[in-house]
Design a binder for this molecule. Sequence first.
Ligand code: DAH
Length: 336
Amino acid sequence: MIEELPQLQTQALAELAAAADRDAVEAWRVKYLSRQGLLPVLLEKIKTLPKEQRPAAGQAANLAKTAINSAFEARREEFDTATVSAPDDPTLPGRPVQWATPHVVHQTIERIVQIFRRMGFAIASGPEIDTEFYNFDALNTPADHPARNEQDTFYVDAPADRDGHRFLLRSQTSTVQIRAMQTQPPPIKIIAPGRCYRRDEIDATHGVFFHQIEGLVVDDGITLADLKGTMEYFFKEFIGSDTRVRFRPHFFPFTEPSFEVDMARANATVKGKEWLEIAGCGMVDPNVFDNVSVDSKRYTGFAFGMGVERLAMLQHNISDLRLLYENDLRFLAQFK
Ligand code: DAH
């Protein structure tokens, strides 16, 4: 039987080399290597040899087996890789491509910005680490205002600036109003989207950071009618033309008079309530103009601020703010 081995090996290797495709290699495997294949059947015969011939036969058999197996592995791999990288078969179905998408909060910012752009607003920005001056003082916020409390605002553990103003993580994008008025004379018509920070307890509607869009318009003869028209146009564009908007008197240090803006949609309630509070706004307080040397005798203006997450949640019916920042792709991939 040892004599049959070399012949079997030669024949097997020749046939393997001639196999033209994956199917031929598989047919070859069945013929030679499967349980009833030529090689195992021949090897079985070793057991029937006289005892003294078995060691030599076993050794020869092992050598032949190794040679055949490694030749087989090599060929099989060849066809596997060939299939994976099969270049230009135009009849193959396309493979699905996973596109990343902008985060839903950024999609919302993008939409808001588009609407204001149509009304002629330019985009402005300011730093997230700012000073008390920009976040509070220049915005006419008195030293004892509760928002200045260390329980509400994150102060940065660093020396104060030259004028003795402490650094903080801005709690509102209203800071950008001040920077805009410092860097350009009226007319000013800007929006400022950006991130803000507050020391809130985290729950379904509060986080320690969130996004706001601030708006500021300063020019000759700007009136409350301009503010109302702008807000109404925005919310009808953003939410839907059946949106109603109302202005409820409120207090903000940097505007006078100030309002909270509520919105409602026909036949819709949010948590059982018809009206949902959605933004703050008002006419720029003359004290603010004086703080940045804009002529408060000549100019008037309006300002507004709104929360981006809240608008995103409203638009997409999202019930919990925390979902926005867990980075679960099953959630985020819904917003394309
Ligand atoms: N900065 C205010 C806040 O975070 C929102 C706001 C209210 C902005 C009135 C304004 C405004 O510009 O006029 O609650």
